[in-house]
Write a protein that binds this ligand. Structure first.
Ligand code: HEM
Length: 252
């Protein structure tokens, strides 16, 4: 808890308006002090307007619609990424921007150099949010924060329910500035973080995941070997193919 309460490594503030660097410089996630307090309050207020039960219902309905058309479904790409973000976007009064959110999410963290595709996706997201304001950054920030983490929550819980193995937490660690150095802080045992920066979307994420998982009840894995995402900070299946029927024998 002590390290999680430390400041986050600061990001550059003198950056082009509307760029991915601007998004980082404008959201709670990479801010400290009064900026963090103000921007976090924007995110918390936006989430307060979103009913978790409706998220669960809408995630269930969207997932059911997708699986109705397919014999075999690759859950990570077809459901775990687009459904939670699409449902949350709708609840925040936005169109289905899940593809653009995924492109920005891949370039969100400060160690990544955003490419042209991420910058173009962010330009479109800012346009649907009415221009490059701190409130627009907060809305986009919610969707970007939700993207990989909720996909991981869905993927890990589905894997666990289909195999009987434990569900790992999707976000493994975070970064803080301690005594002038940037350090990695483990999130083991606190999947949604802790302290003044604890995830404000945990209830929403759990509702979204519950809706998706309910819609996938009765499905089984098509393969016994699962490949895991190769990312230092995230633990989730890279690919998870399911079909209707009993649980695959190899996992029982
Ligand atoms: C609806 C889905 C989600 C939304 C809207 C959301 C939103 C956010 C936001 C806005 C922050 C920044 C808070 C701040 O800096 O004050 C945050 C932080 C965090 N979120 Fe979420 N999140 C979601 C899902 C998840 C999931 C599924 C996990 C993992 C199980 C997760 C884990 C975290 C963690 C660990 C942090 C803190 C990072 C740190 O302390 O450095 N989030 N989230």
């Amino acid at each position: 808890m002590t390290s999680l309460s430390a400041p986050v490594p600061p990001v550059p503030a003198d950056v082009p308006l509307g760029s991915v660097a601007w998004l980082r410089a404008s959201v709670a996630r990479f801010s400290n002090g009064p900026d963090h307090v103000r921007r976090r309050a924007l995110a918390v207020d936006l989430l307060a307007s979103v009913d978790a039960d409706s998220l669960q219902r809408n995630a269930f309905t969207r997932t059911r619609r997708i699986v109705a058309e397919l014999d075999v479904v690759e859950v990570m790409a077809r459901i775990a990424r687009p459904v939670p973000v699409g449902v949350l976007a709708e609840a925040l009064g936005l169109p289905d921007v899940s593809a653009d959110v995924a492109a920005v999410a891949a370039a969100y963290h400060p160690h990544v150099s955003p490419g042209a595709a991420a910058e173009a996706a962010l330009t479109r997201l800012i346009a649907v949010c009415g221009g490059p304001t701190e409130l627009a950054a907060a809305r986009i920030g919610l969707l970007v924060q939700a993207c990989d983490a909720t996909a991981g929550l869905v993927g890990n819980r589905l894997f666990a329910s289909l195999t009987g193995k434990p569900a790992g937490q999707p976000v493994l660690a975070t970064r803080r500035r301690v005594d002038g150095s940037d350090v990695t802080v483990s999130l083991a045992g606190t999947p949604f973080g802790a302290g003044p920066r604890a995830c404000p979307g945990s209830r929403h994420a759990l509702a979204l995941a519950a809706g998706v998982l309910e819609a996938l009840r009765g499905f089984r894995l098509t393969e016994t070997e699962i490949s895991w995402l190769s990312a230092p900070n995230l633990r989730m299946p890279a690919v998870l193919r399911v079909t209707r029927g009993e649980t695959a024998g190899g996992f029982c």
